[in-house]
Design a binder for this molecule. Structure first.
Ligand SMILES: NC(=O)c1ccc[n+]([C@@H]2O[C@H](COP(=O)([O-])OP(=O)(O)OC[C@H]3O[C@@H](n4cnc5c(N)ncnc54)[C@H](O)[C@@H]3O)[C@@H](O)[C@H]2O)c1
Length: 382
């Protein structure tokens, strides 16, 4: 088995999720490459040393430029706030490294375009961590749609609701709270949460042509952790938009961090000519399915427990016995497995940087429409 030396930047939420995936992937999937936790990087030496020890990284760096300059690193994995993605990814591409970048790809479309150009010029394998594609129930939804089970699709409906920023006392900026600082995040829920919904939607149902949106910032000023001053809040706290897909279907998308009682309620529903699908992150191992072809007296929504082997439930034969479910962390293991499988076979299974750019174009159009009050066209990826 060939070694794949990983240089991971950032030890927060995603640093842990990715490190866990690299450690487990070869225990469950038969692959031609084995990730090696070669080096972990962050600015604070004591913190990154602690992280490296806990997760089994061989070395540490405190400057990502030094990590990229190392000959013994094959893959740069970017798990840092959004405003750092472009600079790191472009430098990594120039150094000929493979790149796995967290979402959203760039702060906006123009920045993401430069990232796409860099990986195309360097011809390096690249991926964006839109991990929800690899929740088995979501992959099953994709397979059912591709098989034509839904027929013509009329509606796509997605939402992603949280409730953790309701307090006006919550500061913006700095560790953990960079998501509230527009300079670090690029936008609020549009680029953070709706980006996931948009990536899944375009993967399942094709490209989006036009959008009309509204956004709101409920708390207009917050103390900034880094400056200690009360500063204007530049992110959208809530965002809702209507969209028209290229295939003629209509969509509604909604996201907020002000939905008291909801922690990470990501759901989508798709209504087709023959069948409908519903999925809910809080119940992520189930796919709800309604088939109009069922005999009338038995017709109704079925709740498919996506744990079967040999019956077409994606990824599940790699885990436990049928009936035993898996969870959130496994979507990252699947993403690493598919990335490596792609390397073994010389294919890029996606989401590629180009796919990440397509999502950034939609979020750009959403934010623009919220300003103009008009329907906006979504730029198409060339
Ligand atoms: N795929 C998903 O479901 C998902 C979930 C959460 C976050 N994300 C994305 O992952 C990225 C990181 O988010 P997070 O929740 O892990 O954030 P986090 O705040 O938990 O961790 C960020 C890490 O980046 C490090 N960092 C910041 N600037 C750095 C620099 N210049 N050099 C080196 N290290 C630096 C911090 O020290 C910290 O370890 C974001 O782009 C976010 O949008 C994706």
């Amino acid at each position: 088995m060939k070694k794949l030396n990983i240089g991971l930047i950032g030890y927060g939420f995603m640093g842990r999720a990715h490190a866990n995936a690299y450690r487990k992937v070869n225990n469950f999937f038969d692959l031609g490459h084995q990730p090696v936790l070669k080096s972990a990087c962050a600015r604070n030496e004591a913190n990154i040393k602690g992280f490296a020890k806990k997760w089994g990284f061989e070395s540490i760096e405190t400057d990502w430029r030094k990590l990229i300059a190392r000959d013994d690193i094959d893959v740069i994995d970017i798990c840092t706030p959004n405003n750092t993605h472009a600079e790191i990814a472009i430098a990594a591409a120039k150094a000929g490294k493979m790149i796995l970048c967290e979402k959203p790809l760039g702060l906006n479309g123009p920045e993401a375009e430069k990232m796409v150009s860099a990986v195309e010029k360097a011809r390096v394998p690249n991926m964006v961590w839109y991990n929800y594609r690899r929740v088995p129930a979501v992959t099953l939804a994709k397979n059912l749609i591709d098989e034509g089970k839904l027929g013509r699709i009329f509606h796509y409906r997605a939402k992603f609701l949280q409730d953790w920023t309701i307090s006006p006392d919550l500061p913006q900026g700095g560790a953990g709270l960079w998501r509230l600082d527009v300079k670090a995040a690029g936008s609020g829920v549009t680029g953070d949460l709706l980006a996931h919904c948009i990536d899944t939607a375009m993967w399942l149902n094709g490209t989006i042509d036009t959008v009309t949106a509204m956004t709101e910032t409920f708390i207009k000023e917050r103390k900034h952790t880094l400056t200690g001053k009360v500063e204007k809040v530049g992110i959208d706290d809530a965002s809702a938009f209507l969209a028209r897909f290229s295939n003629g279907s209509l969509a509604t998308f909604e996201s907020t961090r002000y939905a008291r009682g909801h922690k990470a309620l990501y759901t989508f529903e798709i209504n087709g000519e023959h069948a409908s699908i519903f999925w809910d992150l809080h119940d992520l191992h189930r796919l709800q399915y309604f088939d109009h072809k069922d005999e009338g007296k038995l017709r109704g929504w079925r709740s498919i427990h996506v744990t079967d082997h040999g019956g077409g439930h994606p990824y599940m034969d790699k885990w436990w016995v049928p009936g035993l479910q898996i969870g959130y962390e496994h979507s990252f293991v699947h993403q690493v497995a598919d990335f490596i499988k792609g390397l073994d076979e010389g294919k890029n299974p996606g989401p590629t940087f180009k796919d990440g750019l397509a999502t950034d174009y939609v979020t750009d159009a959403v934010l623009k429409s919220a300003q103009t009050g008009q329907w906006e066209k979504v730029k198409k990826v060339k």
